[in-house]
Design a protein around this ligand. Structure first.
Ligand code: NAD
Length: 507
């Protein structure tokens, strides 16, 4: 299919829309299918392109500009030049632009969902949910832009005024993963723009199309040239090195693996950038004897199987108290065995393919390791008959801490079941990890949930709830899950510097 693609300079990719997506991706606005970088308000080609593949069958969806260091530098120059005027715009003007962007995303939500679903692999219904979730950040920060209040501090000396004002940090580098390609980029760019920052952004190479479409809508909403620059590439390290070395880039907001987050933190040290790092998770999910088992099952299914388990807040280790172990596992196995698996798109489907074959190989290795160390498969346990990147929804029992899946993010549809006898043991097991993003507790004893929530070393706790993410609440971790918060009223502060102004001689 790729040989039919001739477009490099035009903004549209009509050939692809017609020829390579025969199953009718059918965008109502084909012009949202972009294949170039957005730099300084212009759509720019690169010398080379890379292919975006459908994870369901490896077929080509599109060929996209493979940007290099020179393009990364051009993006910084554009963002730096645009910052001069953007920081001077009123909060009300920035809010109005973000609001228009939100309206356009809502109006084009179905097209965005189709792009997400196709390039990332999640079922269309879930992709629609992601687009609505991502749009929520645009709306929220359109509102928060107008509330960037400062302070007036009572002066200890007569005749002085002590003011605190909030200023934009400056040019912000944004690097995002493939698992939520619209939501992750929206929840970084929206607060950056609200605060008055300009952005250089790099989407994951697996999923650039929805990010490009999102930025095309930003342009349409009136975001001025250079305020958002988006650089697709498969040369992540080359691009990020340019951004980390450049002292004009004052902040990095990164979501991705802990290993890459640490590398970027090291690289940013020489220019002492502000950092927001949303990194890997290893969420424990604890079901106590006194839990409502229906509620716990519903919560576990949501916390584990959203996006096929490819979520940073996905429940990674499940701990069941002794008395409910057998009855809960029986219900769980029925629910997991009933999950439907298939390619992205319409249809009664719960789980799509993993992002690529390597991810399915990783699932296979985790299961083999667990079986060799004494675990048992209750359902699934193998690659799915659909082949490629599909993996069967799986339940493993008799899981013990020496198994690999207890120490690393599974990032796939495997439920790993362990057991505990009392509250102290549950807390010790839950905290026995270098990560600290999310945790889930199921119990009908309010005093217990209060106690346990306070003892868990994480940034997010779900109590009798498996779906906790929302733009109105702070999202982020502790320990090696990173630092910084996204969403909520705390999310804007990550993009602001505090300036103290002392005015003397007023008496
Ligand atoms: P990843 O770290 O491999 O990639 C994330 C981003 O970094 C991508 O854009 C990638 O191209 C880029 N990248 C990769 N190597 C790089 C390098 N050497 N220098 C600069 N950039 C580089 O992670 P992934 O596999 O795409 O995403 C999954 C990870 O993201 C998981 O660990 C997951 O928990 C984490 N995640 C965290 C959150 C959160 O909010 N805490 C949310 C979603 C995903």
């Amino acid at each position: 299919m790729i040989t039919e693609i001739a477009v490099v300079d035009g903004p549209l990719f009509e050939e692809i829309a017609v020829s390579a997506w025969p199953q009718a991706l059918s965008l109502s606005r084909p012009d949202l299918l972009r294949a170039q970088a957005l730099v300084g308000g212009e759509w720019r080609s690169a010398a080379e392109q890379f292919l975006v593949l459908d994870p369901a069958d490896g077929s080509t969806i599109a060929a996209v500009a493979d940007c290099d260091a020179a393009m990364a530098l051009a993006a910084v120059e554009a963002a730096s030049a645009a910052f001069v005027a953007w920081r001077e715009t009123t909060a009300a003007a920035r809010a109005a632009i973000l609001r228009r962007w939100f309206d356009l995303v809502r109006a084009n939500a179905e097209d965005l969902a189709r792009l997400v679903s196709r390039e990332q692999g999640k079922p269309l219904a879930e992709a629609r949910g992601e687009v609505a979730y991502g749009a929520g950040y645009l709306e929220w920060f359109a509102e928060e832009a107008r509330r960037a209040y400062g302070d007036l501090i009572p002066s200890p000396v007569r005749g002085r005024e002590l003011k605190v004002v909030k200023e934009p940090v400056g040019v912000t580098a944004v690097i995002t993963p493939w698992n939520f390609p619209v939501a992750m980029i929206a929840r970084k760019i929206a607060p950056a723009l609200a605060a008055g920052c300009t952005v250089v952004a790099k989407p994951a190479a697996e999923t650039p199309l929805s990010a490009l479409a999102l930025c095309a809508l930003a342009q349409e909403a009136g975001v001025p040239p250079g305020v958002i620059n988006l650089v697709p590439t498969r040369r992540a390290a080359e691009i990020s090195q340019v951004w980390m070395d450049d002292s004009r880039v004052r902040k990095l907001s990164f979501t991705g693996s802990t290993a890459v987050g640490k590398t970027l933190a090291r690289q940013s040290a020489d220019t002492l950038k502000r950092l927001s790092l949303e990194l890997g998770g290893d969420a424990p999910l604890i079901v106590f004897d006194d839990a409502d088992l229906e509620v716990a099952l519903d919560g576990l299914m949501k916390a584990k199987f959203r996006n096929g388990g490819q979520a940073c807040v996905a429940a990674n280790r499940i701990y069941l108290q002794d008395a409910i172990y057998e009855p809960f596992v029986a219900r769980l196995v029925d629910a997991v065995a009933a999950l439907t698996v298939g390619p992205a798109g319409e249809g009664p489907r719960d789980i799509g393919p993993l992002i690529h074959d390597a991810a399915a190989n990783a699932m296979e290795r985790l299961v083999q390791d667990a079986l060799a160390k004494g675990a048992r498969v209750l359902t699934g346990g193998q690659r799915h008959p659909l082949g490629g990147a599909f993996f069967q929804p799986t339940v493993l029992t008799d899981v013990s801490p020496d198994m690999d899946l207890c120490h690393q993010e599974i990032f796939g549809p495997i439920v790993a079941l362990g057991r505990f006898s009392d509250e102290d043991q549950a807390v010790d097991l839950a905290n026995d990890t270098p990560f600290g993003l999310a945790a889930y507790i199921f119990s009908t004893d309010a005093r217990r949930t209060h106690r346990v929530a306070a003892r868990l070393d994480v940034g997010i706790v779900g109590i009798n709830e498996g779906a906790v993410s929302t733009e109105v609440a702070p999202f982020g971790g502790v320990k090696e899950s990173g630092y910084g918060r996204e969403g909520s009223r705390y999310g804007l502060a990550d993009y602001q510097n505090i300036k103290y102004v002392c005015v003397g001689g007023l008496d």
